[in-house]
Design a protein around this ligand. Sequence first.
Ligand SMILES: [Zn+2]
Ligand SMILES: [Zn+2]
Length: 315
Amino acid sequence: MNKKWYPCELHCHTLHSDGDFTVEELISTAKERSLCGICLTDHNTMSGHRETEGEKELKILKGIEWTTYFGHMLVLDTKSYVDWRDATPDNIDSKISAVREQGGLVGIAHPFQIGTPICTGGHWDFKVQKWENVNYMEIFAEGEPYLNDANYKARKKWHSLLSEGYRITPTMGRDWHRSRNNLYPSACTYLLIDGDITAEKMKDAIKYGKTTVSNGALLTFETARGETSGDTVEGGEITLKISIDLSHHKEMEAERQITPEKILLCSSKGEMEFPVGESISFTAREKEWYSLELWGSFDDKENTLLCLSAPFYTK
Ligand SMILES: [Zn+2]
Ligand SMILES: [Zn+2]
């Protein structure tokens, strides 16, 4: 058992929809960014999938972005095609169920992207009733939390769903269309994977909540028993060993200074603040979710959200 956090980009476009990349260019740019895996999610088409077949080094999970007037939904790795064209606010639960029946994962893309008239359909307006069928949601969709209120709205919506008992995995989606105009190259979703990364293991990490959403920094934690994000642990006194890793950020953009300043422990009852250190201890309630966040400065932007973890849960 040798678990490792792998930097990945879970939302990518190519010339097969409205991206500027060929599939080959997307792959080579992802490697230049030191990413280990990507999800290929062109708008309403899977025509790019076959062009990934020869790639061995970068792991590629194949998907599609359902792009409708009512929201954008990411669909990963279905056994067979599920028709998106008749998805409406009234039937979205049955469409989501159909994806799940085909073995696919369902993610909400950029739920609070500005909608009409700037980007019609980009805002999530579907009326989901069965949130238990939604696997993940993009919490960082713009790369710059302090500049974009949409990320904070997504975080708030996600917290409220967790508090209702839904286990939804948080992700970061660069919505990568072209190599330029990506101000923060080190932002990514880290996936916790046992051994070498594969597309199948990427899928499981998203499915089972083994993610950390990063705006450059990576904060990870574990209990004395080695439990972490996605796990269900005993309540009571808990000490989490904390680790903060800025190496991917420094490799990508050393000129931009990240300074961690505090750790927030979020749950249905609000936030508890801890200083940045090697561990935090607290009394965990039963049947609760806990997500860790790292806050600090990013260049001259103070008090910004640098990183948030997928939750662990208590029995
Ligand atoms: Zn989209
Ligand atoms: Zn997209």
